[in-house]
Design a protein around this ligand. Structure first.
Ligand code: GLC
Length: 418
């Protein structure tokens, strides 16, 4: 009885005490995570009484950059919470609220130190990690077994296995079968796919951490020429227009042996609508040659608060909530998103959903990091120059060596405008 009346008093104090008037904030979420964000918003509403209006970002995340630029340049108070790719942190750091004292220190300390550290710029904590992303290789476990093949260690082995299984499956009547689907549309995703091929072949990450333009080298030429050779043989020509979702559709329809994508594909390939439930294996990306590291592109995602928000405290509370342990666990269990919170890597429910999660820590450690740290605000132009050049090479319209040579001199100029 006493317990009940205390609860009533607490409830009344919350409603009428003027302590916490319910607020509505507005947040951006990726379209692939719309349902998850809606769940988070509901849970936060139940906890705090506050509401979140969710704005769906464009299907291709890079298209959000000009929208953010416009909102922030006009100091708009319309949006409070921004969903941020790791490569955007340097770009938007001056318009993001410093969360150092807004998010409890013990909540900050739960995240992988390097991932949190990537959001500490100019002495400010500009965003909080929401999940880890790293390029991974998904494959048809059932088909590799059927043809007595091991998961490949090198790109050459992958191409050979892909070709053999593709051809045999076609002969057996599956005419739509392809060996390998990935992303080669002219967009940020191609920067990721290409950097993985080049870095794992000993060809570096476009611009080194200390600012040296490294892209013009024989290992990079070899890696891109190898990938060009896949198109039309083990990879459909349509790959030149595929992003993550387009390539995933082919794999999950049962029409590809290998598929490069982010960890979320573990969730989607086991969900209703997938033709390959329980037929999927996953491994780190192959290497270009022995001795090199598997170099999955590192892509953690973050939430930050706009400096122009008029509800900064409430918005920071939402960021703390959406990036916190409970919501990261919900994302992991429901959709296989890899947490940025260390303790969840030992959580039995999370491990039951993502059995390979522990191995992914090695993939994070070996990952290729895009040069956004050094290039800062000019990253987007650097990446655009890179993926356009790679697209020209892959589509057969440009000579690899001379394209990388002229790209390097263009990057020398671009990197100065950071
Ligand atoms: C994923 C990654 C992100 C990357 C993007 C490329 O969303 O998390 O870092 O830029 O894919 O398409």
């Amino acid at each position: 009885m006493l317990k009940k009346s205390l609860a009533v008093i607490a409830l009344l104090a919350g409603v009428s005490g003027g302590v916490a008037k319910a607020e509505t904030i507005s947040a951006f979420c990726a379209p692939t995570e719309f349902e998850l964000c809606t769940n988070v918003a509901k849970a936060w509403h139940e906890k705090t009484g506050n509401e979140v209006k969710i704005n769906k970002m464009p299907a291709q995340l890079d298209d959000a950059i000009p929208i953010y630029q416009q909102l922030l340049a006009s100091k708009s108070a319309d949006v409070d919470v921004l969903f941020l790719d790791v490569i955007w942190l340097g770009m938007f750091k001056n318009n993001l609220l410093d969360l150092t004292t807004m998010i409890p220190k013990e909540d900050q300390d739960k995240h992988f130190a390097s991932t949190l550290g990537a959001a500490k710029l100019d002495g400010k904590l500009v965003a909080m990690p929401a999940y880890m992303d790293v390029g991974l290789m998904f494959y048809r476990k059932d088909l590799l077994e059927k043809y007595g093949k091991q998961p490949p260690k090198t790109w050459e082995e992958l191409a050979a296995t892909a070709k053999e299984i593709q051809d045999k499956e076609r002969d057996a009547g599956n005419k739509g079968m392809w060996g390998y689907v990935w992303q080669a549309k002219s967009y940020e995703g191609l920067t990721c796919d290409a950097i993985e091929l080049i870095a794992s072949n000993g060809g570096g990450t476009i611009i080194s951490n200390d600012g040296k333009v490294t892209i013009n080298n024989p290992q990079a030429v070899q890696a891109l020429d190898r990938a060009k050779g896949w198109i039309g043989t083990i990879t459909p020509e349509g790959v030149l227009g595929y992003d993550e979702e387009a390539s995933r559709a082919i794999f999950e329809a049962g029409n590809a042996v290998f598929h490069r994508n982010w960890p979320y594909v573990w969730g989607t390939s086991h969900a209703a609508g997938s033709a390959i439930v329980d037929k999927v294996g996953v491994m780190p990306l192959p290497v270009g040659k022995a001795g090199e590291k598997s170099s999955g592109c590192l892509g953690p995602m973050y939430y930050g608060v706009s400096k122009f928000s008029t509800k900064q405290k409430v918005a920071a509370d939402f960021v703390d909530f959406i990036t916190g342990t409970d919501m990261q666990k919900m994302r992991a269990v429901q959709s296989a998103f890899n947490p940025s919170i260390q303790s969840l890597y030992n959580d039995p429910e999370v491990l039951a959903k993502i059995p390979f999660l522990k191995d992914n820590q090695q993939a994070f450690a070996d990952s290729a990091v895009r040069p956004s740290g050094y290039t800062g605000t000019s990253y987007n132009r650097v990446s655009q120059a890179f993926y356009r050049a790679v697209h020209d090479i892959l589509s057969g319209s440009a000579n690899t060596e001379s394209t990388l040579k002229s790209l390097a001199s263009r990057l020398e100029k671009l990197k100065e405008s950071r």
